[in-house]
Design a protein around this ligand. Structure first.
Ligand code: PLP
Length: 571
């Protein structure tokens, strides 16, 4: 067993640290002379990969590549051995009873879809009940909604206790003889508190319900023993625990898997196929693995398991805990103009290094975009948990998710940058141009002003300042009719056409960055006729501003959705 040494551990992740120990430049930093460090705080979405996982791909395709289970030639045997060895590693890692209980999938999402479509279709009938927690990821909501619609089953929602964990008494009240499935995250990807999973599983079992645990966030942070948990199914993704994308696991008790019909059909999952007799299916686990699997990915995943299992788990967990406490307290103590500003979405320190919060008076997307210009990657939005956002009565939040390769210095840098952003944001003396009506903002003038600055972070500041010049729409004009769909943040657009056929658009958004981008878009289209609007080369305009390439795809798509809507109105 290797002792966990943070510096040495970090050195294994080339995207985070290059061989000399210098951090790699990312994002806006490519535009400026001195490169910014990458601070990767989005590990809850996916972790970076250690060298052994990256090397495994290279080595597999150079020495082992063949299809599995199909041929008797030596290379296929070699590939199959590596593939099945990986299954055995996972079996040991989560303490399953047999390799037959480990099904390879694309990830947590596919594992849950498999269960909903195979098991759900088999056992659910009209009036049956499925219990989900309000804090579930969409991956653990939508498949059940689809199957409920197909079978006539109903979804019941269990709420949370004051600390953000699934509320046991509320759960007990929902349980009855109609409860057929209970599907719950071991830990929510937003709340980051360990749910009382043992009690939940036992209570669900007492009414004969099938128990499915979404371990996507849990498995990356502490050891899982599926036999001790005694759940029926446990699902997770490789990419959140230093493994590759496109590989996931469905653990299921053998007796239950045996009773379930196949999910997808094709090669490898069959025993005998005939046009004259019914097709028969392969044994477990192959019955659920139709087609050629992600062989190289599965083998690389076993390297990630070997990598992480080599370290003293307690030391690694302790380090993550220290990072969490440091970051949590720094956020808690953060003051801007002597005012505390951070609001955690639930009270108390999280159980895994995932911290979700909002900042009073600031839009989450604005903060995440501003941090990105300092090289800091954090997540903002609904985190694929829209019902949870609704339950907490927030439109979204910011989420920092750490891994064992993160450092105290990175957290300090993040806090410093955040403070800088928040104080600059409040600095009323910063002005880009004189306050004026957007109608008068000529696109040429914006291009000229943008041309004078080279770096993305200065451009980003300018966009934010432009946002301050946007005339806000009246509240009653921000409604369903004026809402622009396809935008990550809320954005509204209204239009007027005068007797000469000249258009005037007004727009608004709840995010400052989008308000700034709206000024730029409106400057291009306001005061133009329908023909001029159609003919305006928006791509060149954005290009000359050096804009689209720096926006996240979702934000870029949001801006393009606004342009689309303007063009549609002009038509
Ligand atoms: N469940 C939880 C709790 C998650 O955090 C995630 C991903 O963030 C998922 C499910 C979906 O995982 P994947 O996208 O790997 O299928």
């Amino acid at each position: 067993m290797k002792s966990f040494k943070p510096k040495q551990f970090r050195q294994q992740f080339p995207l985070v640290v290059n061989n000399e120990g210098n951090r790699l430049p990312v994002n806006g930093s490519s535009q400026i002379s001195s490169s910014l460090p990458l601070v990767y705080f989005d590990n809850g979405a996916t972790t970076q990969k250690p060298n052994c996982v990256i090397d495994s791909y290279h080595s597999f395709y150079q020495t082992t590549n063949a299809n599995v289970h199909r041929a008797s030639h030596t290379l296929s045997v070699k590939a199959t051995t590596a593939f099945e060895h990986a299954r055995n590693s996972i079996k040991t890692f989560i303490n399953a009873k047999s390799n037959k209980e480990i099904i390879w999938t694309k990830g947590t999402t596919e594992s849950i879809n498999l269960l909903a479509m195979s098991l759900g279709r088999k056992i659910l009938t009209h009036g049956d009940e499925i219990i989900l927690a309000v804090s579930e990821h969409h991956a653990n909501i939508v498949p059940w909604q689809l199957i409920a619609e197909q079978t006539g089953a109903m979804i019941k929602i269990v709420e949370l206790d004051a600390m953000g964990r699934v509320c046991l008494p509320a759960f007990e009240q929902l349980l009855n003889s109609k409860t057929k499935v209970f599907c719950c995250a071991h830990i929510s990807n937003v709340i980051a508190k360990i749910n009382p999973i043992n009690e939940l599983i036992q209570k669900a079992k007492s009414v004969g319900a099938i128990t499915i645990i979404d371990g996507a966030q849990a498995v990356a942070h502490f050891p899982i023993d599926v036999q001790a948990l005694d759940c029926d199914f446990y699902v997770f993704s490789a990419h959140k625990m230093f493994g590759p994308t496109g590989v996931g696991v469905l653990y299921g008790k053998q007796a239950l898997l045996e009773t379930m019909p196949p999910y997808q059909a094709g090669g490898e999952m069959i025993s005998k196929v005939s046009f004259n007799k019914p097709t028969t299916f392969n044994d477990l686990p192959f019955k659920f693995e139709a087609g050629t699997p992600n062989i190289a990915g599965v083998v690389a995943f076993s390297k990630a398991i070997e990598f992480i299992s080599a370290y003293d788990a307690k030391q690694l967990c302790d380090y993550e805990k220290q990072l969490t406490i440091h970051c949590y307290q720094a956020l808690q103590n953060l003051t801007v103009f002597s005012k505390k500003i951070v609001k955690f979405i639930v009270p108390g320190l999280p159980d895994i290094p995932v911290i979700s919060f909002t900042l009073n008076g600031h839009h989450n997307h604005d903060i995440a975009t501003a941090l990105d210009s300092y090289g800091i990657a954090i997540r903002s939005g609904h985190h694929c948990a829209m019902p949870l956002m609704e339950y907490l009565n927030i439109s979204g939040c910011l989420r920092i998710s750490l891994a064992a390769y993160n450092t105290f210095e990175e957290i300090n840098y993040f806090i410093d940058c955040l403070k800088k952003i928040l104080t600059q944001e409040s600095d009323a003396s910063l002005t880009f141009t004189n306050k004026r009506d957007v109608n008068e903002q000529a696109s040429a003038m914006i291009i000229t002003q943008f041309a004078m600055v080279k770096s993305w972070d200065t451009r980003h500041r300018q966009i934010m300042l432009l946002g301050k010049q946007l005339h806000r729409l009246d509240k009653n004009m921000r409604n369903e009719q004026t809402l622009i769909s396809g935008c990550e943040s809320l954005a509204w657009l209204v239009s007027q056409k005068n007797s000469q056929g000249i258009f005037n658009f007004q727009a608004d958004s709840d995010a400052k960055i989008i308000r700034g981008l709206l000024v730029i878009v409106l400057a291009a289209f306001n005061g133009k006729t329908a023909v001029q609007i159609q003919e305006f080369d928006i791509e060149s305009y954005f290009k000359s501003l050096g804009l689209i390439q720096h926006l996240s795809p979702s934000r870029g798509n949001g801006i393009l959705a606004i342009v689309e809507k303007i063009k549609k109105i002009a038509l």
